[in-house]
Design a protein around this ligand. Sequence first.
Ligand code: SAH
Ligand code: SF4
Length: 372
Amino acid sequence: MENKQNEINELQTEAPKQCLLSMSTEEIAEVLGDVPSYLAGQVFQFLHNGKLFDEMTSISKQLREKLNEKYIAQPLSVEKVFEGKGGAKKYLFRLIDNELIEGVYMLHDYGNTLCVSTQVGCRMGCVFCASGMNGLKRNLTAGEILGQVIAVNTLEGGNIKDRKVTNVVLMGSGEPLDNFDNTMKFLTLANQKGGICISERNISLSTSGLCDKIILLADSGHTPTLTISLHAPNDEIRDTMMPVNKKYSIHKVVDSARYYFKKTGRRVIFEYTLISGSNDTMECADELSKLVRGFPCHVNLIRLNQVKELGLKGTSSENSKAFLERLEQNNTSATIRKSLGNDIEGACGQLRRRYLNEDIEKIAKEGIIKSI
Ligand code: SAH
Ligand code: SF4
């Protein structure tokens, strides 16, 4: 870890260097130049095993020096790790330009899931979300999205053969489809043979509903599980929660979900955060069932993660259950998401925000989370 920090500190005084973790084997081969072709594959493997250039012992010292001069291997370091209940961990990462992003590592029966960020901040401005509160700082590169997976897989004791991170959800800070090209490149790299090789079946992409980009995604040949943050059953309510709804109406969003299913054969998931007095009535449940009728999809009901500054109230667990039952009576496939990571500021953007406000040590002292 110290090595990685040194590499990052040195970089700040130098011209920005390109990161090799953003590259495919073919692109690495071009960087390496006139060397035996198998070396590109070896470097790709080393990178996906979390190694720095100096740790790539099977390549010559001369080549390592050449790489160190112009490129970086890993794009981020782990700033802090917080542990919550049930083995969930929150990772705070520091990028080369000192920006902070976050990821949550959760243990499930079907595998270990890492929730990663795709942007520093977000420009979508949803009223319930901490990530959007200060707008968008910048997009993450493909290497920075992948770097979160590689860092956690390595720190949890895994490698590319014996993976500790088996599932990835693009549900941390940022709107993945607002950073379309880097997100697509991430999907390609995460899948490439010889690397961490996480199948797109095990990757979920969550979007606030950028319809044009959903169509592009459907036509791209990539097939991650598409998760759409719906949060309302009609335009009237959605307009008050998600400014993006003014551009793409709720019917357009559901139509693009249908198109995604038609093209990929993959069931679409709708996320619906229950907010007291806003979208949690039985009429809303009926309207929601009607809206998503007629194609394979699933509604994930989410309890609101209270963001102090935003002043919204989550629905009670009795009402959440009643809402779920109503959906089930309407034959809408639905579950209430078990929300791991709440106790460690699991919701989007909250940890980074509190860390930047310097009160993370305070919540650690309150005993809610453990700083490790
Ligand atoms: N921008 C994408 C992905 C990141 S947000 C999107 O909006 O889908 C990931 C999920 O967290 C979304 O479903 C979002 O609606 C939800 N979310 C954000 N803030 C939340 C909060 N305070 N409580 C519960 N869920 C929240
Ligand atoms: Fe951005 Fe998603 Fe948060 Fe909305 S919920 S502000 S789209 S990160």
